[in-house]
Write a protein that binds this ligand. Structure first.
Ligand code: GDP
Ligand code: MG
Length: 178
């Protein structure tokens, strides 16, 4: 079901969902490569990256990250994309209420059709653009709380909370029995 390996070394499929332009690819590149490229082009097709992190209890978690642009334009393709995912990271842009609405659509879709026990994270990205903020922290957090999701605001540009996002997801993964 997207979770694999043994109790100490987890391997999980993670998908990113959300409107085009909210910063999904930049979040992944910041996490995996430690880089931010403001001139990067829109994602074409699918890209696949993996990154392993170590937790304090010496568990390692290997994230197999699916970042594709297809789901942004063709909602009908989305189930193929999130099938078997143990984690869905649903991203909006704090300067875009439309993207926050779209995020709520994805939450409902994943609750209905996602893997049972999927870990859902709601991410308000571009937190560095505070002067252009149109979605309050309270709105994001309140929605996440109501839906039992983890919530965080990030900036792929400044790297704020990017590693923390993945660490907190890792802590919330169901562990295989020892
Ligand atoms: P995607 O379509 O969701 O994959 O979005 P991208 O990762 O391609 O990013 C879309 C645009 O937003 C690009 O111009 C990025 O440079 C910009 N961007 C992404 N993350 C941030 C961020 O945290 N802060 C700011 N200011 N811009 C960002
Ligand atoms: Mg992209």
């Amino acid at each position: 079901n997207g979770g694999a390996a043994d109790a100490k070394n987890l391997r999980v499929k993670l998908v990113l969902l959300g409107d085009s332009g909210v910063g999904k690819s930049c979040i992944v590149l910041r996490f995996v490569r430690g880089q931010f490229d403001p001139t990067s082009k829109v994602t074409v097709g699918a890209s696949f990256l993996s990154q392993t992190i170590a937790l304090q209890d010496s568990t390692t978690v290997k994230f197999e990250i699916w970042d594709t642009a297809g789901q942004e334009r063709y909602a009908a393709l989305a189930p193929l994309y999130y099938r078997g995912a143990a984690v869905a990271v649903i991203v909006y842009d704090i300067t875009s209420p439309e993207s926050f609405n779209k995020a709520q659509y994805w939450v409902k879709e994943l609750q209905k059709h996602g893997t049972p026990d999927i870990v859902l994270a709601l991410v308000g990205n571009k937190a560095d653009l505070h002067e252009k903020r149109e979605v309050s922290v309270q709105d994001g957090m309140g929605y996440a709380e109501k839906n039992g999701m983890f919530f965080i605001e990030t900036s792929a540009k400044t790297a704020d909370n990017i590693n923390l996002l993945f660490e907190e997801i890792a802590k919330r993964l169901p562990r295989p029995a020892l």
